[in-house]
Design a protein around this ligand. Structure first.
Ligand SMILES: Nc1ncnc2c1ncn2[C@@H]1O[C@H](COP(=O)(O)OP(=O)(O)OP(=O)(O)O)[C@@H](O)[C@H]1O
Length: 287
């Protein structure tokens, strides 16, 4: 049966932790809670009373067929698109009801990597990373330079990349630079929109490793929209599937493999998926 409820939500009616519940690994603080979220463009209802919970410290992979509304949901969560109804709480706060100063503080806890990097082409990598610092902080240039150098190192770029313009970078370097900018303000929660798209398999695997490493060292929570089966199988603690305008299921790869929905079955058990080792990652802190 298709469930439109986030099976891992900390539901007051639930008595048993669901399979794949990160709570069982200690990550039981909801960092993002979407409840009854509806988003429509005129008569085109894209998301209909959707529920989703993301827990602190997890890497959540978000999948769904093309056009189901993955980007719409991410943009609604980030307040780039209005929702018709429902609530979205992040770090325990509801953007719709908090005061402006708290809203700014909350914004600073979020980092975003858009699909194509979305770096400012007229700025160097270092200057791109400093954009959020300039927007939200009042720091001397020397300190911003030091911080940008730290972020560049953190994402595995050579220090020389700092003075390069986006047009001088490879696709993989652009993704890393964009990730460095997303990390500029030391966020708690980062949103990655198809971070490995356009990368060759080696570059994609390296980027996946970087995401896990950053989660492990910085305690980040990662919300990752992806079509990349390798990423889903190797780095995601849980996966959420969008379909029929709702989250159909959230859970581990094992949960996906056992779920009866035809699209989920063909996605996770199709020819391409079968070429990947079906064993979920065995990191000690994965859910
Ligand atoms: N600004 C907009 N105005 C009107 N309709 C929109 C707008 N943005 C998205 N849509 C519609 O919302 C639906 C979902 O689009 P969305 O881009 O979220 O899909 P997606 O799941 O991210 O797809 P993909 O995997 O192909 O990127 C589509 O029908 C799209 O046409």
């Amino acid at each position: 049966m298709v469930s439109d409820i986030d099976s891992n939500a900390p539901d007051e009616h639930a008595t048993q932790p669901a399979v794949g519940d990160p709570g069982s690994a200690g990550h039981n603080e909801a960092i993002l809670e979407a409840r009854d979220v509806t988003v429509a463009f005129g008569s085109n209802v894209v998301l209909d009373r959707l529920d989703l919970t993301v827990y602190r410290g997890e890497i959540l992979g978000f999948v769904g067929a093309s056009g189901t509304g993955k980007s719409v949901l991410m943009r609604s969560i980030l307040r780039l698109l209005p929702k018709q109804s429902g609530t979205i709480r992040m770090l325990g706060q509801d953007y719709d009801t908090i005061k402006e100063a708290e809203r700014v503080r909350l914004d600073m806890k979020l980092g975003v990597l858009f699909q194509h990097g979305a770096l400012f082409s007229a700025l160097t990598v270092k200057e791109n990373i400093q954009v959020p610092m300039r927007e939200y902080l009042d720091l001397p240039q020397s300190l911003m330079d030091e911080l940008a150098a730290v972020k560049i190192d953190m994402v595995g770029l050579d220090p020389s990349a700092g003075n390069k313009y986006p047009s001088e970078l490879s696709g993989g370097m652009i993704k890393r630079a964009a990730l460095a900018r997303a990390l500029a303000l030391d966020p708690d929660l980062v949103f990655l929109d198809e971070p490995t798209s356009g990368l060759d398999p080696i570059g994609a695997a390296e980027f996946d490793e970087l995401i896990v490493q950053l989660r492990d060292t910085l305690g980040l929570t990662v919300y990752m929209v992806t079509h990349d089966l390798d990423s889903l199988f190797s780095v995601c603690d849980r996966i959420a599937v969008l379909g029929q305008k709702k989250v159909l299921i959230t859970g581990t790869i094992t949960d996906m493999l056992e779920f009866g929905d035809p699209w989920v079955q063909s996605y996770f058990q199709g020819k391409r998926a079968r070429m990947i080792d079906h064993q979920p990652s065995q990191r000690p802190d994965s859910a």
